[in-house]
Structures are given as C-alpha cells and as structure tokens.
Design a protein. Sequence first.
Lengths: 631, 159, 573
Amino acid sequence: MTSRTIPTALDPARARELRREAVDVPVILIGTGTCGLGAGAGAVLEAVRTLPAVQRRGARIVEVGCIGLCALEPMLDVQLPGRARLCFGRVDPGKARTVLDAMLGEGAWPELPLFQFPADGLQAWDGVPAIGDHPFFAPQTRLVLRNCGLIDPRSLDEYRARGGYEQWLRVLAQMTPAELCAEVERSGLRGRGGGGFPAGRKWRFAQETAAERKFLVCNADEGDPGAFMDRAVIEGDPHRLVEGMAIAAYAIGASRAYVYIRAEYPLAIANLSVALDQARQAGYLGRDIAGSGVDLDVVVKKGAGAFVCGEETALILSIEGRRGMPRPRPPFPAVSGLFGCPTVINNVETLANLPELVRIGADGFAALGTAGSKGTKVFALSGKVARTGLVEVEMGTSLADVVHAVGGGVPGGKRFKAVQIGGPSGGCIPAAHLDTPVDYESLKELGAMMGSGGLVVMDEDNCMVDVAKFFMDFIQRESCGKCIPCREGTRHMLEILQAITRHPRSEHGHMALERFQGVVNLEDLAGVIKDASLCGLGMTAPNPVLSTLRWFRDEYEAHIFGRRCPAGVCTELLSYRIDAALCNGCSRCLRECPVDAIVGEPRRPHTIIQERCVACGNCVTACHRDAVLVS
Amino acid sequence: MNGPVRSVAEILAAHPDRGREHLIPLLQEVQEAQGFVSREAVAELGAHLGLPSSRIYGVATFYNQFRFQPLGRYHVQVCRGTACHVKGSQGVFQAIKRYLQLEAGQTARDGLFSLEVVACLGACGLAPLICVNGEFHGGVDADSAVKILRRCRREAESA
Amino acid sequence: MPRIEANGRTLEARRGETLLETLRRGGIRVPTLCHYEGLPPTGACRLCVVEVDGLPNLVPACSYPVVEGLKVHTHSARAVNARRTIVELLLSNHPDDCLYCARHGNCRLQDLSEELGVRARRLPGTRRHLPRDVSSPAIVRDPDKCVLCGRCVRACQEVQGVAAIDMTGRGSGARVDTAFGEGLNVSSCVNCGQCVMVCPTGALTERSHLDLVEGALRDPALTVVAQVAPAVSVSLAELFGEKPGRDVDGALYALLRRLGFSRVFDTAFAADLTIMEEASELVRRLRDGGPLPMFTSCSPGWVKFVETFYPERIAHLSTCKSPQQMLGAVIKAHFAARAGLEPERVFSVAIMPCTAKKFEAQREEMLEGKLADVDAVLTTRELADLVRRRGLRLGDLAPEPADMPFGRRSGAGKLFGASGGVMEAAIRTAHHLVTGGELADLKVEAVRGLEGVKEARVRLGDLELGVAVVSGLGNARRLLQEIDAGRRDLHFVEVMSCPGGCIGGGGQPIGADPAALGARLQALYRIDGAETVRTAHANPAVRQLYAEFLGEPLGPRSHELLHTHYDARTVLR
C-alpha cells in the first residue's frame, strides 16, 4: 500500500464485452466451483482445452463459479458470437466433446440444453427455455447470487462491468457513516448468520462507540453441516463480499477488517485472496481510498475448524489465537471485541447483500420480503431432493416452494417427511407446515430457526430420532466444553437418544430406566440447556431434539416402547435373517460378525443365531448377494 | 508432499511478528509443511511466541484441524454433514473403517492411509461425499467408496 | 449508586460491581463453582444463574454487571431447577466413590448436591474411565473427578505463571491436561499445589505419604522422627474446626508423640540454621560480587521454577538447602550418631504446609549416593487425617516442648512460615554479621503483610541493600522479567511459591479465605514478638550445633550437609 491508485471507470464498450453482450469468438464457460470440481469439472476442463474444435475456432474458455444447480454439475455453457449463452448439465469429458463438436461445428446442439441466458442484442435459441423459466430458477430472486456462475470470479473487470464497486465509491463520496448506518437500519436488513439481529443497529452501536481502533469481521466460518452458501458466494463472486465489507467497515469506522474463513475452503480462500489483491491494486482498498481519506485493509484468517467459532465472542478469541470458548456478554463485541476494540461481526451473506442494498436503496430493499424479514435469503438445498443446489428466494416465499418448486421435490417416488432448517441450532419442519413462509419469526414459531441457511430434505426413509441423534452427537463434540449445561447436557441428551436406539440385548443396568424416562428427561434437560447456557450455541443446541419431539413424537414412542424404528434406520432395532435360497455360503458375513452370531459351513447356507445377534448390520454390507434380510 | 520439508525454524524466521494472534496461522503452516504438529514444533513455537506449551497444545486440541501424528500417504476424509448423513454416510463410514481397519483420527501402521471424519466438506449437493488427498468423490456408497480406496492401495503397491 | 431489587428486597449496589458481589454484600447467597476470588469471571459453571425480569434467559450473577433497577430472583423455581440440573449432570458422570475420596466431607460437589437437595439419581449416565496421573511425586490427578471448572488452570496460569496445565480438547472431550497429555512429572509443574487448593473436588490431591508413615510407625526396627514446619502450628487447628490463627505449637508436639514419633523436632530450628548459612552466603556474595541479587532457595516450587523457566538464573539461587532438607541432613548425620542409632534405621518425616516438599525430598541431589535426608513428607492436611485415623483430638492435649537438640528456635525461624519471614530473619542476622550489633527493634515492617510484592532499602551499617519479597510465582516471574530487562538495584530477593508464603502453601487446609491467611500471619508475628530469642545467631541450639558438629557457617561440613546444587530442566515449558 505504498503508492495509491485512484480507481478509474471502465470503458463502456469493454464493459459490454466483459458482460458478454458481444463476443467475437465462441466462449465456453465451465463451472469450476468446489461442487463442480467434486462432480468432475476438472476432467471436463482438461478435455475441453485439448479439443481440436476449440483450438480451431479460437474459443475462449472461462472458468466460472457455481450457478447453484449442484445436482446437474458439472455444467458447461457455450456462447457463440451473436447468440444467447446455452447451458448443458451433467457433462463428462465425452459429452463435452460431443456438445462442443456440434456447437462449434454446425452451430447446433446434439442434445437439448438445460436453458439459455437471454440478453439484449443476442439472438435467442428456439425451443430452449430461458433461465428465468427453468423451474429451479423461476421462483428465485437473486441479489446476492446475481453474478454467481455468470462471471469469472478471478476477474475484477468482469465484476466492475456489472456495476461492481460503484456503490462503494458512491457511499464513500456521498454518505456519512451515520447516514449509512441509518440507511441500512431503515432497510430492515437482518443478520443472515443465524440470530437475525438488525445489521444497521449493530453497526450503530459500534459507530457510536468512540475508539481509536475498530474492526469489522466477516464470519465465513460456515460451520453448519449442510450449509455451503458462503463458500459458493466467495468462490463465485468474491468481489461482492469485498465491496460489502468495504461499505460496512466505512459505516462503523473500521480501517481494518478480517475475513474468518474455514480452512476447508481452499478454493474460496484462493479466490478471495486474488480479489483482495486486485481490489488493493485498483485502489478500492488501501490508504486514502479514492482520495476520501478513508483507509481499509482486509486480512484473511483461516479458521481451524470449530463450529462454536461461529459464535461472535468465540470467533474473536480464535482470531486472537486462543481457544474459541465464548465469554459472557455484556460487554458486547460492538463495544469491546477484537483486541478489546469495538468490533462488528457480520456473516458473508449479510455483507454480500450490501452493494445491492445500497444500489436499490433502503426502500427498494425493504420492498422485498415480509414485514419483519426484508430482502432475500440464500439456502443450500440438499438431501432427498431432486435438484440440490444453491437457492436465493425472497423472504416470505413458502418452504414448499423452495422444496418442491425449486428443488423438484423428493426423488424416487418417496414421501416427503421433513425439512431440516438452521443446522444444529435449527429444527425439522414437517409436511403439515411446509406452507410456512421463510422469515425469522415464522420459523422460530415452529421450533426451528433461519440459521445460516442449510435446508436438508428428508423422506420417509429417514428416522427422525436418528436425525436428532446425529445433531446431538455433532453438538456434544462441537460444544466448546466450557459451560456445564451445554457440555454435560448435550452429552447426556445424546446418551438418552443412544439408549432409545440401542439393541434390546445390549441394554443393561440403568439403561432401560434411562430409555423409559427418555422423553421426559430430554425435555427437562433441553429446557435447562436453553435457559442456562453461556452462548447461542448452547441456547439453541436442544432445538433439533425438541423440534423432532414436537412433530414426530410417535417415532420416539415407537423406539422407546415398541422397540422398533419405523423408518428402518436404527440398525440395532432391526432383526436380521439369512435367506437360505440366496446364500451361497461365501462366509463373508461370518467373518464380519463381531459377536460370532453367524454359523455355517463353507458353501452351505449360513444362519444367524438370533440370541447372539447385536444387530450391528455388518452382515448386510458384507453380503454381495443381498441374502441378509432385514425386518 | 514433495521436496524438502520446511523446518519450523524456517517458518518462524519468515514470521518475525510475535503477537499471540499468529499462533493459529503458524500452527497451520507448520502442519502444512510437516503433516502434523510435533512436540518439538510446539516447543519451538512456544519459545518464539512466548507462550507455554500447554497453552499451545490447548489451542491446537480445540480445533479439528490439528493432528499430532503424521498423516497417511492417502488421507481419507469422510464427510458427516447433515446432507451426507441423511443420504447414508454412516454406512459409507462403517465400510471404510472396516476396509482400512482404522478408527477416525488414526493413521495406519504402514503409513498408507489415515482416516478422518469431518463435520462438513461444504459440497452438500453431492452428498454423500468422501475426500482423498483433497480430491472430492461425490455420491458414493459403501461399495464405491471402498473401490476408491482399493484403487489407492493398488496405485501405491504398483508404484 | 445503582439500586436493585433482589427477592423483593432493595439492595444498594456499587458502581462497576457484578451482580454476585451486590448479592453477597446483601447477604444473599448464590452458589458458585468456577468463581475465583480476585480473578475476572469466566461464566463457565452457570451455578450462579439467576432470573432477571425482562431478560429471556437466566443470567450468571458472577459476570452480569449491576445496573439501576434490575429485578432479580435468585431462588425462583426456574433458577433453582437449572442449578439442580447442572449438579445432577455433573454427578451423572462423576465417580460415585465419595467414601474412598480424599475430599469426602470437604467437596464442593457434595455441598452443592446437599444444598440443592439432590436426593435421587435422576440422570444416570455413562462414566468416564480416564487414567489417573500418578507420575508426580507431589500431586495426583484424577480426571474422572474433574468438573472442568478451570480453577486449577487459572491458579497455574494466572496466579502462578507456570501454565503446566490448560484446558485441552473440546466439548464432551474437554479435559484439563498437560501439553501432549504427558505425566505431570515431566511437565513444567513445580508441585506448588495451588491447583489442589482451588480444586472443588478430588480431581487434584496431594500424593499421600500416610500409608508410608503409618508403616514406618508400626515398624519396630525404625526410629521415626518428625519435624514440623513453622506454618503448620498456626493452621492445623482449622482442620479441627477452630478459628484461623490459633497456634497449637505445644499440643502439636504432644500429638506427634502420641502418634508414635520417637522424636519431635522443630523445623524452625533449621530455619535458624538456614539463616546462619544464607546470611553468611549473602554477605560473601556482597563482598565478592557473586551473582546478585541472591534468591532464597527454601521454597522448592520456586527452585524448580528457576530450573525450568530461568535456568540462566540458577547461579542466583542460594546454595542453601531448605530448612526441611537441612534438618533432615543433620538428623541423620548428627542426631543419629549422638543417639547411638544407625542412620539407616532412622525414618525421618517432615510435616509441611507444602506439596512441593514431597518433590524436594526425593530430588536427585538430595539422594545421590547417600541416605535420603527426609523419608516422607506429610502435608498439614495429611497430618490431620493421621490424627483422626488414630482417634486423637487436638484439643485434648496439654502442650509439650519439642525435642532437643533440634527443638529450640528463634522468633526469626518461626517467621519462615510467612512471606517476608526469611527476609526479616536474614536481615536480622546479616545486620549482626556486618555491623556486629543488633537491628533496632528487630522488625522490618516493609517486608511484612500479605502483598505479593514488597520491596525495601535496608541499611546494614554503611551498606545499603535493595531487597524484594515476592510470593506467588506469577509475581516472581514479573520480577525476573524486570531483572532481565536490566533492573540492577536488588541484592537479595525472597521468593515463596505460594501467595502469602507457607501459610498459604499447597498442603494447607483447603477452602481458607484471605482472612484466614491474615490470621495465620498475625499469629506468626505474635509468636515472634513473644519469643525471648528472636534472631538465628542468638539461638543457643544453633550455636551448639556449630560448636559441636558443623564448625562454622559455609565451612566444609556445612558445605557437605547443608548446601546443594541445581540443574536446568529440559521439559516442555
């Protein structure tokens, strides 16, 4: 930051080119976000690079972030000069070759593309739906995700060509920090990280606290299992976050900001680092930005893996190099946070909303959403749903629309059972309440919470006791271990759930009692944990159990009193039998049985001695002939 | 991990700043260079930052990332996120455990494999997911996961 | 002054106070577990949660700042239920062997379950079975009994600046542990036992030598002798329910005889001996310009602290053995011969306010190629246990004197029991050595009291000495940092590992408050004030020992028996 650069505007023709409203050679766009790469985009990219047709036509290959339709990754887009961009899904190297040979050769497609991107001045393709008509995208309103999958995340100019950093410069030139705080407060933007605290108000506290140093921290630790919104945004449109951070830092008067990001997100870290370098070089960050006298630098801090560091005070301690054990509040971080200075912590999505919020203004933003929840919300839709992916909908959209319209419902003709929202702090919402609108209060009423935006769909094959157990197991490991209600309470709740799902024969001592008292004790403990825990993690930790108890009590009772798992998930409550007609006596199951409950001579049908079986289910996975029958 | 391993001293030399906030980044760098955090590394870090070893160990054990024994040549991470769980990752994990004869957090005696359970790899759209040496394998089941590991073993044996 | 309403009563709060402080001053007791007087609250245990009108959740009184108009309910059904559940949760994975526990009857968890009316096992749970750490010669750790209140960690780190232990792991796997989970014996632990003093349960206890001592007492072939440290007589009575500050010196000797000890000696005699040597050493260092400032070496935790953290300062430590080890040495080398006993058949027991003395007694330098100076060390607490085991009572016994030749002490020697005592005793004698005359009223006010750091300039004739008295190793570390940074005005520094000195030692009664420490301190000053002989050099028994056996201070025999050396320790610091 020695020499300072004044940002310059982009030439309009160049901007059109960067927006690909006019391309002179064919452009091939491949989604190489983590999801895309995980699905095989790397191999596709390799194949495309070496394709003769690509080289012959001098086609440009652009790596873009994730457009959000994970289920159809890897995705490959082709844009021929003068024509609208086409998108193909589930591409492998072979299909990429076929598609590109055809598109770059005769200018036709070998199989129907998923959709096209209509644009002014570009001729649309007949018979291909526009992206806006595709069922996955139609119900969406994309503010935060508007560039994801469209632009090259490593190109500052592509971001600028779409209005990037204009709002940052405008704010800097035209608004005071206090005005900016007021504007955001008026917009009704609430924290997207979980709690939903009004962002503008939190800023105001910090803005009004006099201090020599203040900090902005972007929480990109996305520790919720089942959430990947922040990763996708940073991978696909990192400059949006940087611009949002600049706006927020200015509002509170911070000249230093941190991004606390999961170390498990190497690609996001790489793209963000590139974006920060570019922003510094272009003069959007650094000293005396655009001659305003405002300084800002942004530092990337890699988290080391602890869910609890999503909690503000824990995150601060972690940046300071300590164990991420939350401390009592007050004092609140906005008054005394990082290194004892006023600190505002905002989640990635909150910050990424800002450029668009400032552009459309507080009123424009407040026009979106419901009375108490403004704007949009990004969800990571996964689990038993046809179209998994990243979804952004207006607040107030019903969950049913997200799951069924956007997600395409439960695949395989199975019945929808519940959707888990809010991760380990949230809850499961049953079919009967799927018409609930997405907003902070409605979800809370159902015993769930907005959380950071993981939406995991479950069908009839999922056991809700098992799901509750999964979350309690997660939480009792991820609890920081400091306060007793959370540390011991969640562990104990897990033990009760284990007792409920334990094989009747391995039940001894106090376990039967524990099982019968199960539901009562679960509810009691949950109450105390919520009431007396130190931090938000503990206060919400019982939610997954409470919400499943509330909506699926019958499943608990079937486990406790009927000793059976209706969904057939809790293996210890199932019984196992070998079908003599199918068994060829290979002895695989016999070797895998931990309690020697399987007997049989080689090459003769084997038998399971029921009295010995502990129902671990090893034999089922060991058998190559599906001869072990489960009931 | 090719090339000479960077020593802790070299890493520390590149970080003249001794503030406590450098502890976690330094631990990360040490682990990246050496594969794990050794007793010696903790002692050196402690001397550099002026922190007691017990504190460094306390910090390191708080976070999932740090290991205190070397990784296997193939480091297998099994995602246990929610989406993976509802799509059967428990079965995948059991099958992998049985195949590798390892518990989570362990490294095989021959140093070929190490096994780790991670809270969420953040690619839930591809669930269930495993990751071998940083490479994601989505949509696996017990059989296909074991097949991937068999391939690794063959690759190692033929090399 | 903010006013709050607690359980319907109005309480005056002081500005900047926490709710807990206001409630306590107002006579409302809210139970605590992790609270550590004098250190900032951590809010970990949640036992002090109270209901506050208008707040959605219970709040911890320990960390909640009082503000005007708070309406607090400390014992509402909701708050009490939360507390009871918390205790039940702790009990659910706590070993149920109270009857076998060293802390039975003096356990915070027992008190809490009593107070909260836990009468049934509502939450049966799976027990942990973690290995006990018995590696240390002084302290035993039983992680199964640990409730993770974090007080030991705070004592070790924030008070003592040792940081041998910390919280490790996370969630239900969180533990208090050393770096890499190694044994305490190979850690940087200095055995001061302050962790034991603050542990609410039996997770941290001293390594018991009771069985060893009882075995020796029953062995007809052994002559078992005892020595009693100066700080023991002013604290032992508390373990029998008496008010702090009562001196039971004479009754203690009677008691030890009833217990079967053949001879009962006073460690304060050896403290006088230490002063003779140490004051001479100081005078020599002052004359020869030897490494200064000289540090005292009677606190074994401090000695190990220097060896571990400041090995380059080892030369500053006085080479004098501690009084315990000096007396041990002369018991076996001199008393045995005089009494016609084989030294091998003398079993020497030290009764100490200290856990580190157990470590000191088995230090290699104290053992190499010869008999142990001291064979077993009992803490004040262990002595009380032994007394109870034998069905004896402290109050029943008429005072008796200690045995000669090591039964006579000066007031100076007795002062060793408190921080500043060694300094005061040394100044009295050094003054005599340098000037030939006695100090005006023999009192060095500046080094008295419970403050962690006391400094003074002392005139010995035309010499002016800079002296510092430090107790608590955290304070010692700060002073060493000052010296490292170039401080040059100090000649003599007394360091006691434990805050307040031996009266606050790691082997003393658990649960004493600062007021108790003050009472013990005043008792020592009273004893000194009432003594006829108040300086080490005037102690006739000491003079006799030099005349009969030792020769002169720093002479060859002293050098052999009363001095030692130290080595740098290579442990994970």
